[in-house]
Design a binder for this molecule. Structure first.
Ligand SMILES: Nc1ncnc2c1ncn2[C@@H]1O[C@H](COP(=O)(O)OP(=O)(O)OP(=O)(O)O)[C@@H](O)[C@H]1O
Ligand SMILES: [Mg+2]
Length: 273
């Protein structure tokens, strides 16, 4: 397969060490924000053990990523349109064997995905928490990696662990950090703590993409099974997520030539700086 990316798709994964820090809600609302800016986006549920992106949208998909990988269905039967310009590729939940993928499964997943994501501006991968083999291999395949943390010390320690393992295993050194459920000041302090650990112990710096404020509208949106971007489009968390989306979109604009010459996902880690 050639290394040309005619759709100029940028892949971005959202990961965390600790579970429950807000990855799925961030992925979902970032998808809406990018779509609202005119970027065609595919949201992919990569929490292959405990998928739930579809639940946040009140969808009950009949076919999923696992069916696609098993060759039981075509991409067209699995990808669902949420809104014009925003599609979702759902996954099955409670499928323990998908938590770990061998090299062949990883290659097959990558080839399948590279085949269907041309035409999108962004591919957002909502990863499962932790450092399972599948999480790590998907994280290294993506062009951009967001590590989501909250100011809680446990979240920070676990976020550092993810970075450390990806660096040790695959040599990945480029990470964007988003601090969730934090004010701008708390986010700066949290980022500095994580960044200092990386500088001192791993020898590289992190990039601070931004933060998302704690917002009770998020809980309401989850209960209503509606994305916050539609449930309360003017709320503080959506304002913050829109800022994150603009930064991500600017990255794509600034790097279009490089991006267009590469597959959106590949087995060799991308170095974006
Ligand atoms: N900015 C926020 N303000 C208030 N609540 C939030 C915010 N972000 C996330 N939450 C809440 O945190 C909970 C967990 O969010 P989410 O499911 O997105 O986490 P996750 O990291 O994907 O979890 P998992 O690791 O299980 O996949 C949700 O109930 C959501 O309402
Ligand atoms: Mg999740």
């Amino acid at each position: 397969m050639s290394d040309i990316n005619p759709g100029r798709t940028v892949s971005l994964c959202i990961m965390s060490g600790k579970g429950g820090v807000g990855k799925t809600n961030l992925s979902l609302n970032l998808g809406y924000a990018l779509r609202d800016m005119g970027h065609k986006t595919l949201l992919m549920d990569c929490d292959l053990g405990l998928a739930n992106l579809d639940v946040l949208l009140g969808l009950a998909p009949e076919k999923n990523l696992q069916d696609l990988l098993a060759g039981r269905v075509d991409a067209g039967e699995v990808v669902q349109t949420v809104e014009d310009g925003l599609d979702i590729l759902p996954a099955a939940s409670g499928v323990p064997e998908m938590v770990e993928m061998d090299e062949n499964q990883q290659d097959s997943l990558m080839d399948t995905l590279n085949g269907i994501i041309t035409g999108y501006d962004f591919l957002l991968l909502d990863l499962g928490a932790g450092i399972s083999g599948t999480v790590l291999s998907l994280a290294r395949m993506a062009q951009m990696r967001v590590v989501l943390v909250t100011p809680e010390p446990t979240s920070l320690t676990d976020g550092y662990a993810v970075i450390k393992v990806l660096n040790a295993k695959y040599g990945v050194r480029d990470f964007l950090v988003v601090v969730n459920q934090a004010s701008a000041q708390e986010a700066r302090e949290t980022f500095e703590r994580l960044n200092n650990a990386c500088i001192n112990f791993l020898g590289f710096e992190l990039m601070h993409l931004g933060h998302v404020r704690q917002d009770k509208a998020m809980t309401q949106a989850v209960l209503h099974q509606t994305a916050l971007a539609r449930h309360a489009p003017q709320c503080p968390a959506i304002k913050d997520i829109t800022t994150l989306a603009s930064r991500v979109a600017r990255f794509r604009d600034d790097n279009l030539d490089t991006i267009a010459a590469r597959k959106p996902l590949r087995q060799i880690p991308f170095v974006t700086r």
